[in-house]
Design a protein around this ligand. Sequence first.
Ligand code: ADP
Ligand code: MG
Length: 843
Amino acid sequence: KYKELELKVKEEQQLIKDGVEFSKEELDLYQHNLETLRQLSRLQNEEKMDQFLKSYSLPGEGKELDGTKGFIKEDIEVSEQSKWEDLKIANSIFKPVNRKRKAYSKSRRKRKTNRDKKKRGKGHHSGSASSSYTSSSGTDEENVQGEEQNDYNLLLQNPIDFVKDAVMSGTLDLDKLAEELKNKKELQRKERENKQLNERLSMKQQRASLPIYRHREGLLEAIGKHQVIIVVGETGSGKTTQIPQYLYEAGYNRKTGNEGSDREFMLVGCTQPRRVAAMSVAKRVSDEMDVKLGHEVGYCIRFEDRTNKDTKIKYMTDGMLLREFLREPDLASYSVLMIDEAHERTLQTDVLFGLVKDVARFRSDFKLIISSATLDAQKFSEYFDDAPIYEVPGRRYPVEILYTKQPEGDYVDAAVVTALQIHVTQQLGDILIFLTGQSEIETAASILEDRSRNLGGKIKELIICPIYASLPSNEQAKVFKPTPKNARKIVIATNIAETSLTINGIVYVIDAGFIKQNCYSPKTGVESLVVTPVCKASARQRAGRAGRLCPGKCFRLYTKWSYKHEIEESSIPEIQRTNLGSVVLLLKSLGIDDLINFDYMDPPPSETLIASVQQLYALGALNNLGELTTLGRKMAEFPLDPMLSKSLINSEKYGVSQEVMVIASMLSVNNNIFFYPKKGQNVTVANNAISAFYVTEGDHLTLLNVYSQWKDSNYSTQWCYENFVQPRALNRAKDIMEQLQNLCERVEVALKSNPTDKIQIAKALTSGYFYHTARLQRNGEYKTLKTPIDVDIHPTSSTFKEKPKCVIYYELVMTTKNYMRTVAQIQPEWLVEVAPHYYTQKE
Ligand code: ADP
Ligand code: MG
């Protein structure tokens, strides 16, 4: 029982050390166990131990505590010195056995699996603590020794203060013990409050130390005087987090009486191109204002609305604000709107420009702030009728730029090597690595972890923090945690960290020089994600991230020559290089029919507009006069790509709307569904588990299969881990599904279910995705239909081995090859059946 208790305590202690949050009850139990354990360890011989054990029961077993009289009493009088002796004795008596990981309680296991591997090979202390749980490292003998040390840690770490009083004379008085614990917790609570107070104070200081702080009055004055202003300031100067707060403090949420909105307060809105930024900034501002996220300060991203009727500052993605125009074309709820990160020129931001400019014209009470990180603000000013430019000078230290001598073939590996090189040769200071996406980032993180583990105690501690769009928010928060003394943080990010997020403490930047971009050719109608070189403006921004704290260094993983000769000065705005289907559908729904003469800052190529209109026509969203149809109106309701909306709405006809809704939700999760095995893991087990879900007809049905099995397990998290499925992804899919269900109700799509009829499901999907079709050639490769391009099925697809004759795909990703991702097998005849407009014309 002692051992059982000890194991429990250790387990909990480890979790506490790792920063896992404990509920009050869990903490109670832990303290109780710890206390009992301490008493046990103070017994001086085994006989007494036996005696004690006879009378002691583990919590929850329901036995009474009795017969303990007599020996605890003498125990209480021990001197300081003999206490240390006792501990040693206790440890030598109760030498723990070598335990394996399976000893962990199931519910807790999941919370620690991730960091188990991270822990290994860090400092001595945590190293020894975790080695006892890692069956793979070291011999048994070493392990035992590790445990022993750990036992000392366990017992010595929490100095005695509380033992002396907690053990009562004569008997183990549980009431009194509880009293003691209560006091201790009260103390803890007070400490916590103090800490929070200090944090708040320091937040105030932090706010006051931002470059924008000195411009508070000037900015407010400018906003008061002008309807539209352009704010330009170095990244990290405080635009995003501070300006909305200044507006709030200045009373911009008050209603003056004749606004059109029925809200009690007006909203101060701020758009962000990326959802991670919207979430993270909203969180930060709610902390600074000391309010709960989702109340006074909230955010709204696709499929997630964390605002309520009290919300005064609302951060949102530009795409979400665009959709709000459908409900509120005059933005009546907003008194001020800040279009942030304007320099990014995302498709949505560019379309917003035209819409909000219009709103400003007919709502004199509406204020508009366009904020940008680059100095090239003249263009914004001209577009907004010569709006004044307000500059917030930032501080900046010099950044030394270093290039590679030769081009690097594998930039992920080069980034890892560079990071380690910096770590062993350069002074402490955090490193920021720019890569293009989640999978690269995860690969780099795991290689870094491996290598730094192998170096073990020879190097200083490394804290590796990935950040990308679909990372869960608690992991995102980790990036902002200050780095402990004597350790170095390595942040591995997409270009989210270029301007949207500022991570303090970065001294070194490693720039791989690439970015993942949308690409669309109106001629071929092919849309894809392509890894392309960054532009010079981006490269400069990235380098600038190293110079906020002190002079920094930027390691570019490309040659000086290619910087000079091969990369563009600035990137092409997204509106000129992407499919405009969803935007055209939205504008049409807003009653904007003249798409060519819409007030664009930079107009899209007319071929792209025409191709988008044609696509919407083929999908049935527009009629042959280019007017919105009933179907089109319904499609616009869904925050999905028009092709997916069409499949979903159409699926009712095929009697499978329930199934297609699940598939649409799974496709919208925006994350890997599976835990693909990493290097060094048991690849076969994982692969077998994953391929057990595969449905030969295709990945859409595989996704449906995963979801149904999860549902059958009663949405069990345990089931997910056992089957290499990401529980977070599935939970999100479940959320999304509920929302899609509401939308289906609203547009009167009846939910019908026929899970076994794979053909109907595939047909429903084809009715939306007939644009994305490819056919197998004689040479064993695929070509897209209509405008032939060589493509391949992605190796993770369930159809990869099968090679069906004809397929539809969800997306095309261009890396080393043109890969179709998420593929379903179809019959060519279906194309004529589901899209007669499109396929009879030519055939
Ligand atoms: P800008 O929009 O001008 O680039 P921000 O308002 O985003 O600047 O950032 C101002 C400061 O707030 C930066 O120093 C940044 O590090 C800090 N900050 C922003 N978000 C967070 C966060 N989630 N946690 C900690 N600090 C943050
Ligand atoms: Mg910002």
